[in-house]
Design a protein around this ligand. Structure first.
Ligand SMILES: [Zn+2]
Length: 130
């Protein structure tokens, strides 16, 4: 592909999670590049943020989908998150709610959830379980 293929991550700004998420998406979606949209506690922001917070993230996602033709959007939560300091179970709830939010944007691309564990290894969320 002449311009390369893209995936999109709605990820925490935490510097420990950028590389694992980028590499997981490249390895598992076939994307050559990953557009990284970073916010502190991004999973909670998309799940429970104000309308203006969610719209700001949506505007960034639209650039990635419309201009870069991203084929996949990943919502990421991670261990030891300062921006969203809750249990793993709460993070998984936020990620699932965020998936529903992003899916409701009707962008026509795959939406998935990722958990970065205490070893900084990426674990994809299953469709229904945890
Ligand atoms: Zn974080």
């Amino acid at each position: 592909m002449a311009t390369g293929s893209f995936a999109t991550a709605i990820n925490c700004m935490d510097g420990r999670v950028q590389s694992p998420v980028k590499h997981w998406l490249k390895d598992n979606t076939g994307a050559e590049y990953v557009d990284m949209i970073t916010e502190p506690g991004a999973d909670k922001l998309v799940a429970d943020g104000s309308l203006s917070q969610r719209e700001a993230i949506r505007a960034k996602v639209l650039i990635s989908v419309n201009n870069r033709k991203s084929g996949c959007i990943a919502i990421v939560g991670h261990h030891d998150c300062a921006g969203n300091p809750v249990s793993k179970q709460e993070h998984l709830k936020h990620i699932r709610k965020a998936i529903a939010t992003v899916t409701s944007w009707n962008l026509g691309v795959r939406v998935l959830g990722l958990w970065v564990n205490d070893k900084w290894v990426v674990e994809p969320l299953t469709e229904s379980g945890s």
